[in-house]
Design a protein around this ligand. Structure first.
Ligand code: AHR
Length: 658
């Protein structure tokens, strides 16, 4: 009897297990549903968290032209023991010549009283990152007064004040001239500084005091930090949206982004306060300004360098509605619209046009081939509709091929979103820019968000998104849990590539000592940088983009969270590859059968890349930048039927030649 009971028990266990054994996942490789735009996965650059000055723009001197509201912010008078005694060896006054030079009105007048020297030390952006063996280019504009014989000695220093490099320049003559020197550092320092000593006697005027590393991206003088650009290039972004964000709108209209003030000679670009300087009381950044050394020409050039479409966003006559909400009256919008039209000429116009000529003069005679532009950022309400209509009419009349990105407000749903979504669809807008900064649950439950969007309506730009989890100390962090939920959601973006044309995580960069907003895709200090788990999710999707979406189905349905799995599949018609992306958000690994239909044969080997962590709270950091990073292996493919072990809490990308 006991044996029979045992047999029945095992039989029922067997039947149970058998009936629960999961269905096969089918990929229909010969049934492309939609082309994937080359712009599908891009980058959103905003000058927040010291992303530009102190970040990707490699200038090491803060407040180089003395234009901060405290004119010597970032500078301090030095009294090194080498030179000190009790008497004053010099002093600085700040002269404003706004009549002669309205875009760069201030300069420093240095009065050197004693031969022993008077020094000004620049602290850099929370220190200066200096690398052993790298040559640094020092430069300054100077004008020597009659009878003055001041010379300039430049010293690079480590955090203890030891000199790790120096050079001398000897200004001569009254007219403003640029003086340069090269300094090779003898040590590496994360928080270095630069002291400029004035020796001799007399009066010297100085401006645009600058120090750049020689190892910038493509070794361009006055260029960008190579490590940060490389991280962007590695994503192979389809587009770069710039310069933001709220930075476009400004706290008030006077601090809006005006692209014309960011092009031409660097010393003629009018600096303004950065709107993030005073946005958050808990993260004040009084020394956050925009020098515009990274301006629109450089953004276009960066886009070209990394093979991305440029996507500038322009102010539409509205300041940030979370702040002053200032509006430009409708009958005074012309200069704003002219800025948009002129920008297209700057990017694409012949060198015989005013703005095309400026582009050529700046070193790029060939057009940048601009195809799209954003009108406003996170605007809302009828006031946006009124302004957008005027912009769209003017731009489309002159440039019918330029696609316009329009706002649907700062939120993913609700009244503001609903109103603009309806209005913009009625207007047959080109592309709607949706933003969602939401908790992980939102991302997990929204993998189907676009399944029912109108296929004939405007296309979608998921222009700013990030999964936000408040950490125990109140700071939102780039945890693996956040990144995994984004990956799950992104399968839904790719599955809907016939509607979703562009996507970008936000924000992009963050300085570890000077951030205002977290989480962010890439973190950096003065010397190093690293990608977050979210960065690797973005990268995995982007570098495995494919050209056409194909169905990947479980019980004939898209895989959008059943059994904690999310999936998307695509083929790459250029390389003849099948790419399957599977996200497992459960803490249990899964073994699943796959059937690849519609291919004659698959290669016997496939690349399998897995991004995973057992710890939902896992972060990457300067000390452990690859704590969560993709691991690539080659697996055997037995045939069109295969079994895959999908790791717990993982993103898996399978790539196989067909
Ligand atoms: O990415 C940070 C900010 O979030 C952007 O400036 C704005 O568009 C959004 O509110």
């Amino acid at each position: 009897m006991k044996h029979i009971a045992n047999f029945i028990a095992s039989l029922s266990l067997f039947i149970n297990v058998y009936s629960q054994s999961p269905a096969v996942i089918t990929v229909k490789a010969n049934q492309p549903i939609a082309p994937i735009q080359s712009t599908m996965w891009g980058i959103f650059f905003e000058d927040i968290n010291f992303a530009a000055d102190g970040g990707i723009y490699a200038e090491l001197v803060k407040n180089r032209s003395f234009e901060f509201y405290k004119s010597l912010m970032g500078w301090r008078e030095d009294s090194s023991s080498r030179y000190s005694n009790n008497s004053r060896s010099g002093y600085t006054t700040i002269i404003n010549r706004s009549k002669d030079n309205p875009s760069n009105p201030r300069f420093a007048r240095i009065n050197v009283l004693a031969d022993r020297g008077y020094g000004l030390t620049n602290e850099g952006f929370r220190g200066m990152g200096i690398k052993k063996g790298v040559t640094y280019h020092f430069s300054m504009l100077a004008s020597q007064h009659d009878g003055s014989n001041a010379i300039v000695r430049v010293e690079l220093k480590d955090s203890k004040g030891n000199i790790i490099g120096n050079a001398v320049v000897k200004p001569s003559g009254k007219e403003w001239k640029k003086y340069s020197a090269e300094i090779t550092s003898t040590a590496t320092e994360q928080k270095g500084s630069m002291t400029v000593w004035f020796e001799g006697k007399g009066t010297l005027d100085i401006d645009m005091v600058s120090l750049f590393p020689g190892d910038t991206w493509k070794n361009r003088p006055g260029g960008l930090r190579a490590d940060l650009v490389q991280l962007l290039a590695d994503i192979k972004p389809g587009f770069i949206r710039f310069p933001g964000g709220c930075i476009v709108e400004g706290h008030e209209l006077t601090t809006r982004y005006q692209w014309k003030k960011t092009v031409g000679k660097v010393e003629e670009r009018e600096m303004i306060i950065n709107r993030w300087n005073r946005e958050f009381d808990h993260r004040p950044a009084p020394d956050y300004f925009q020098s515009f050394g990274l301006g629109f020409f450089e953004y276009f050039q960066l886009s070209e360098d990394v093979g991305a479409e440029p996507l500038p966003i322009l102010n539409c006559g509205m300041a940030c509605q979370f702040n002053s909400a200032e509006l430009v009256p409708l009958d005074e919008l012309d200069p704003y619209i002219q800025d948009a039209l002129d920008l297209i000429e700057f990017a694409n116009g012949g060198t015989n046009t005013k703005w095309g000529k400026l582009r050529a003069d700046m070193g790029h005679p060939a057009p940048f081939n601009l195809k799209m532009m954003g009108v406003g950022n996170e605007q809302w309400g009828p006031q946006y509709v009124d302004r957008y209509k005027i912009f769209a009419k003017a731009i489309h009349e002159k440039y019918p091929d330029i696609k316009l990105i329009s706002s649907v407000g700062p939120f993913a749903s609700g009244e503001l979103f609903g109103f603009l979504d309806k209005e913009m669809r009625e207007m047959k807008a080109d592309i709607l820019d949706e933003h969602y900064y939401m908790p992980p649950d939102f991302f997990l439950s929204n993998a189907k968000r676009y399944d029912n969007y109108d296929r004939n309506g405007p296309k979608i730009f998921a222009g700013e998104y990030a999964s936000h989890i408040r950490g125990t100390e109140g700071v939102k962090r780039n945890t693996w849990q956040a990144a995994l939920s984004e990956a799950a959601f992104m399968t839904g973006l790719e599955r809907n590539a016939d509607v979703v044309y562009m996507c970008s995580y936000a924000p992009l960069f963050s300085h570890v000592d000077a951030w205002q907003w977290a989480p962010d895709l890439i973190w950096f200090d003065n010397l190093n940088s690293y990608g977050t788990p979210n960065y690797y999710v973005q990268k995995l999707f982007s570098v495995n983009k494919g050209t056409h979406v194909v169905p990947v189905l479980l019980n004939n349905e898209a895989i959008t969270g059943q059994d904690s799995l999310y999936a998307t599949a695509c083929i790459d018609k250029n390389t003849n590859e099948l790419i399957v992306k599977i996200v497992n958000v459960s803490s249990v690994g899964k073994s699943r059968e796959f059937l690849i239909e519609g291919v004659k044969k698959l290669n016997k080997k496939a690349a399998m890349t897995v991004l995973k962590s057992d710890n939902p709270g896992q972060l990457n950091s300067s000390d452990n930048p690859q704590a969560v990073a993709p691991v690539e292996t080659v697996i055997d493919i037995p045939g069109r039927k295969l079994k895959l072990d999908i790791a717990a809490s993982s993103v898996t990308v399978l790539k196989v030649k067909m």
